[in-house]
Ligand binder design. Structure first.
Ligand code: CA
Ligand code: CA
Length: 395
């Protein structure tokens, strides 16, 4: 059973979703919602104390063997695996970039491998099979310019990787499962590929019930979006290793009226901390969804992306729904009825109507739990954005 290991240090990262030019997509995250929860571990310094007791002084000098010694000693003293994990992380260095390694997506195109370096996490991908990727995320326990101690999120194994190269344009990695010579990429397209493993058989559906999902919208007048953010690495913030699913209208300069069921849903993968990349540069990252009444249900199989293998009932998540209205009034249109909720009966139309669940931070997904959100607690008047419930069901 995993536990939540929230960062003790709040890192406010302004998250900007890259605009891609071909659409009016303009979904700007406010970093203010991303403050990590308080670290709740009971014994912050147990790792450091044990380290010292065993004669180790500097976490940056520890090897994987040293760390395993310390973990074994703590286990023998009766500390739980989750406490040790928290304590270990608490002691980990917060200096990934300070050692001169550029964050971002690194690619060894010769052997088909990519590494996405974030502030506290990295994801490693095998791209040797064309049009798909396998991989996993690691927590950075300690690092220096030449070496890094990592813990795999999946099997919790601790690994020690060595680095050489200038760390800005070139990175040579050894001692890892992804040894190679990497170049820093301008664009992260390499990792925007579906999971090579398609028969995992697992995955989840996420149902988001709104007070009044409109039947039709006019995309020229509103940016409408439903966003699901999964903290797959349990860091308590949005960073490398996380994904986001966005259901949104595709802009059009025309005055077209479109059915809500014609909107798009895509998986977005981080190419480094702070920046999300539109996932649908690979159409295989389009996510399936179903509209039933006022509910949007996303189908999220693990085959969608290798990072989705981390999605389970302990995964922290939040949902945001927004209707950013660009005009100050809009009469009833299309198949909508005057009695439906809509801009024709709001006092203030031209604003960003918005709701979030939970109101702050994250909630653990659960399995089959219908998380309730208050009605009418949205910013603005739009029932279109008012979340009533969120439910995750694993298959
Ligand atoms: Ca995270
Ligand atoms: Ca609500």
């Amino acid at each position: 059973m995993k536990k939540f290991s929230y960062l003790a240090s709040a890192i406010t990262c302004a998250v900007v979703l890259a605009s891609c030019g071909d659409t009016k997509i303009d979904i700007k995250d406010d970093g203010g919602n991303d403050v990590p929860a308080e670290n709740q571990q009971p014994s912050v310094n147990i790792f450091a104390a044990q380290m010292s007791e065993l004669g180790y002084q500097d976490i940056h000098q520890l090897s994987a063997v040293n760390v395993n010694d310390i973990v074994t000693a703590l286990t023998n003293k009766g500390h739980s695996a989750s406490d040790i994990e928290s304590a270990m992380y608490e002691n980990a260095a917060d200096n990934f970039v300070e050692h001169g390694l550029a964050m971002g997506t690194w690619l060894d195109s010769g052997i088909g491998q990519a590494i996405v370096l974030g502030r506290h996490y990295l994801s490693a991908y095998d791209l040797s099979i064309s049009n798909c990727a396998t991989g996993g995320s690691y927590r950075v326990l300690s690092n220096s310019a030449q070496r890094m101690l990592l813990q795999a999120l999946g099997n919790k194994q601790i690994e020690e990787w060595q680095f050489s190269g200038d760390g800005q344009t070139q990175l040579v990695v050894s001692g890892s499962g992804v040894d190679g010579s990497y170049d820093l990429q301008d664009r992260p397209t390499a990792v925007l590929a579906p999971n090579c493993i398609t028969d995992t058989g697992n995955g989840a559906t996420v149902s988001i019930k709104l007070r009044d999902l409109p039947e039709q919208i006019r995309p020229a007048n509103v940016n409408y979006s439903v966003r699901l953010t999964l903290d797959l690495n349990h860091s308590g913030e949005e960073d490398t290793g996380d994904v986001r699913v966005i259901f949104r209208d595709v802009a059009s300069m025309t005055d077209d009226i479109v059915d809500i069921s014609s909107l798009m849903s895509n998986l977005f993968v981080r190419w480094t901390d702070g920046i999300s990349k539109r996932g649908n540069s690979n159409p295989q990252l389009d996510t399936q969804f179903t509209i039933t009444g006022d509910t949007v249900e996303f189908d999220l199989p693990q085959s969608l992306h290798t990072l989705m293998e981390q999605f389970d009932q302990t995964t922290p998540l939040f949902v945001e729904v927004a209707a950013d209205y660009l005009v100050d009034n809009e009469p009833v249109f299309g198949s909508n009825l005057a009695s439906d909720d809509g801009p024709w009966n709001w006092t203030n139309v031209m604003m960003k109507h918005e709701d979030r669940f939970p109101e702050q931070g994250y909630v653990a997904a659960g399995d089959g739990v219908e998380h309730q959100d208050a009605a009418n607690d949205q910013v603005g008047e739009a029932g279109w954005v008012d979340i009533l419930s969120v439910k995750v069901e694993f298959k």
